[in-house]
Design a protein around this ligand. Structure first.
Ligand code: FES
Length: 156
């Protein structure tokens, strides 16, 4: 936990609202939703019968952020891919080596570590997706850590 961060709560979204990548049935559902997004260009949420999300995009503190759930953990990264601006929040999650889960961008299939955002494939590119520390409270509320308030917090 990063105690020097400013933790802000994600409004209207709790841990149980996110699809859990660790659960096979939810992974299968995500695959179907993803196929719908790719083939039919429809929104992610409209195809989920329970309005759950996997790889959800939210805007908080003037930043658009992707959230991913793995078990009881939530990971937050920038929502746009650092390569060419693809929708990183629609990334596939893959375990490239045991214990290392990566995001695979849907546009050009680059992979990024979900822990620190460093690009893994293709090798040697040195791009990093911004990541954010996340806290999940006992009752499932999600808080994201920032260095400071965004500019809109100071608007009159
Ligand atoms: S935009 Fe994500 S890999 Fe190219």
């Amino acid at each position: 936990m990063d105690s020097d961060k400013l933790y802000l709560p994600v409004p209207d979204l709790k841990l149980t609202d996110l699809l859990d990548w660790q659960k096979e049935d939810e992974r299968q559902h995500r695959h179907l939703v993803r196929r719908s997004v790719n083939e039919l260009s429809v929104s992610l949420d409209s195809h989920h019968p329970h309005k759950k999300c996997f790889g959800n995009s939210i805007t908080i503190n003037d930043e658009t952020i992707a959230l991913f759930r793995i078990g009881q953990e939530v990971y937050a990264t920038q929502a746009k891919c650092p390569h060419a601006g693809g929708p990183l929040y629609l990334a596939d999650l893959e375990e490239l080596v045991p214990g290392q889960v990566c995001l695979k961008c849907p546009w050009h299939k680059w992979t990024f570590s979900i822990d620190d955002g460093c690009s893994i494939k293709p090798e040697g590119r040195g791009l990093v997706a911004k990541t954010y520390p996340v806290r999940v409270t006992a009752d499932g509320h999600i808080l994201i850590g920032f260095d400071s308030f965004g500019p809109s917090a100071f608007e009159m």
